[in-house]
Ligand binder design. Structure first.
Ligand code: CTP
Ligand code: MG
Length: 229
């Protein structure tokens, strides 16, 4: 395949606080990582790099095998770093073959529809990054301590999701540049834009929300229960 999907799963899940690294916490009988990989393997064929927490590479391999079925040759597990950016960089280092397009996906967005993954991949071209977004629904305020300083125009804002897709060569050079500059970005689109490249948005999905807190895990459980009823 000319597309690779780097699934970053190396975080500890501090805010979820479930007693295990977040990727290995169960939603139903399957873990967050397994659900994320089921979505990835339901999309068009791609090379899949799973970035696992140190010490959990074997567990990640088990989930990869279960999700990949007979496509297991397309998958590989590597060890992550102590920031998300370092984990993505480890994934980039593990690419092989003639991949020209890279998608970076949070394992924590476990219920992302395969259609969103394919739509992001299809919208990437040799110069442009692509991110799925949702409109911002909440009324937002600019604040300073306890003072409400002013309104924010929601129409200028969007909430970013993953997978975020990029032309491989430009993403790799943008990662080099961030490493040299010593900057730590929380999002690949910000890192890519900081290197001077263009990023476009396409429509994301409500199912692409990130499991961050215990309430998010409950939401994911309800969504899965609703489809199996
Ligand atoms: N991630 C990673 N390596 C890190 C940090 C995060 O691969 N050093 C991944 C997580 O596994 C997750 C995604 O990046 O799939 C988004 O991160 P986040 O939701 O913040 O997950 P955690 O960092 O695990 O959670 P927390 O911040 O609550 O500890
Ligand atoms: Mg985090």
């Amino acid at each position: 395949p000319d597309t690779a999907i780097i699934v970053v799963a190396a975080g500890s899940g501090t805010r979820l606080d479930a007693g295990a690294p977040k990727a290995f916490v169960g939603i139903d009988s399957h873990s967050i990582l397994r659900h994320a990989l089921d979505g990835v393997f339901a999309a068009s064929p791609a090379q899949v790099i799973v970035v696992a927490p140190a010490g959990f590479e074997g567990d990640a391999e088990t989930e990869l095998r279960a999700a990949a079925g007979d496509r297991v040759d397309l998958g590989r597990v590597v060890t992550g770093g102590d920031t998300r950016q370092r984990s993505v960089a480890a994934g980039l280092d593990a690419l092989w073959g003639d991949v020209t397009r890279v998608l970076v996906h949070d394992a924590a967005r476990a219920l992302t529809p395969p259609e969103v993954i394919d739509a992001v991949a299809a919208a990437v071209d040799e110069a442009t990054g692509v991110i799925p977004t949702l409109p911002v629904i909440d009324t937002l305020k600019r604040v300073d301590g306890d003072a409400v300083v002013g309104p924010i125009d929601r129409s200028e804002l969007a909430a970013a999701q993953t997978p975020q897709g990029f032309p491989r060569a430009l993403l790799e050079s943008a990662y080099e540049a961030a490493l040299t500059a010593g900057v730590d970005h929380t999002d690949d689109a910000a890192l890519f834009a900081a290197a001077g490249h263009r990023v476009r948005q396409i429509a994301g999905s409500a199912r692409g929300f990130k499991i961050t807190t215990p309430a998010d895990l409950e939401r994911a459980r309800h969504m899965l229960a609703a489809v199996s009823e």
